[in-house]
Design a protein around this ligand. Structure first.
Ligand code: ADP
Ligand code: NA
Length: 331
């Protein structure tokens, strides 16, 4: 009964990484044209941790530039930033009153981010998954392409939708499906194969940034942690070799093939052969996007215009859904 609609977003909390590209943006582009698509720059999520105001507005435009440069087309997808559609915050509040504290306590990403300092982080960081549920359900989105790290939050979104529907005896919010597919739904840190690659990680050497130049990309892959063994003949041989597996998965995702096929091509190859091939491939795919981002960033007014137009279209979908929500709640 719900029209298929895709929603997803990226936080403007630093430069985009290869993880964001393979786990999110490239897959956003793949879904464009298949169904209605909405992609957001989630600036309200970014401020759950301190952001310098000038850098935040720059990063917001840069994520938008990344979307456009990678192939998202504002004529086909609604591209906007979250803070310009006030209904996100309004529905987020209602969901704060639906979600339970115990649910938030189970969020592994919060535990990772807060660490032992949970008393000192912002209340917003704690409530973040409830706002994320609002981002999605404000549009009755049915499909949410995300990386593996966001799976638990999309499941929480389903819990919130179900509890709302149950409490108010309605069938108003859909059960959103997390779309987590392809070989690179969890790109790992290049220096530590047990951690995901993230824009906010400690060292620049642990991640490939979408805007790194060819030399930097080659250097980072060259220094990437691996074991000394050559690549095996089958994917099974990578079972206990997370760093090696990560590089094979990245290669597969960049070349639109499977990790099996990459192993088929590089069986027996040493790192001296595989790493430069991977670096060349990454440069091949990222350089044109990075160049286009640079071009787009030269005209911030044009980016702002695209985002403003997207926000207007987003509001037109959000307003009646929020109005109906208020009505259901008795507000
Ligand atoms: P980050 O963790 O880099 O700050 P965000 O939290 O803004 O990124 O996440 C934006 C999208 O990018 C999400 O769908 C997330 O799952 C995806 N993503 C982020 N890092 C990775 C990664 N290392 N591998 C795969 N997907 C990722
Ligand atoms: Na994330």
């Amino acid at each position: 009964t719900f029209t298929p609609r895709v929603f997803s977003g990226i936080k403007p909390s630093g430069g985009l990484t290869l993880g964001n590209y393979l786990g999110a943006i490239k897959r956003f582009v793949g879904m464009q044209g298949e169904m209605e698509t909405m992609y957001c720059v989630v600036d309200l999520h970014a401020i759950t941790v301190w952001q310098d105001p000038a850098e935040l507005s720059h990063a917001t435009r840069e994520v938008a530039a990344g979307y456009l440069a990678a192939g998202l087309d504002p004529a086909q997808s609604i591209l906007f930033n979250q803070s310009r559609v006030s209904q996100h915050a309004e529905l987020g509040w209602i969901f704060n009153c639906v979600a339970r504290v115990g649910w938030m306590n189970r969020m592994t990403q919060f535990k990772d981010k807060a660490g032992s300092g949970a008393e000192k982080v912002s209340l917003g960081l704690y409530a973040y998954p409830s706002l994320m549920a609002a981002d999605i359900l404000l549009y009755h989105a049915t499909h949410v392409p995300v990386g593996e790290d966001q799976k638990q939050h999309v499941e929480l979104t389903r819990d919130i939708a179900n509890k709302f529907n149950h409490d108010f005896k309605v069938d108003f919010f859909p059960e959103t499906i997390p779309v987590i597919d392809g070989p690179a739904t969890r790109v790992m840190n290049l220096r530590d194969g047990t951690k995901k690659m993230s824009k906010s990680g400690e060292s620049d050497m642990e991640r490939i940034n979408m805007r790194d130049n060819a030399d930097t990309i080659a250097k980072k892959f060259k220094k990437a942690k691996t074991d000394p063994e050559p690549l095996p003949d089958t994917l099974d041989g990578l079972k206990d070799r997370p760093e090696a597996r990560n590089l094979v998965d990245i290669y597969a995702a960049l070349s639109d093939t499977t990790s099996e096929a990459v192993i088929g091509e590089y069986a027996g190859a040493g790192w001296g052969r595989f790493k430069p091939a991977l670096a060349d491939l990454a440069v091949d795919k990222l350089a044109p996007i990075s160049d286009e981002m640079t071009r787009l960033m030269d005209d911030p007014a044009e980016i702002d215009r695209i985002l403003a137009n997207g926000a207007e279209r987003a509001r037109a979908i959000a307003a009646p859904i929020l109005a109906r929500t208020y009505d259901i709640v008795g507000l």
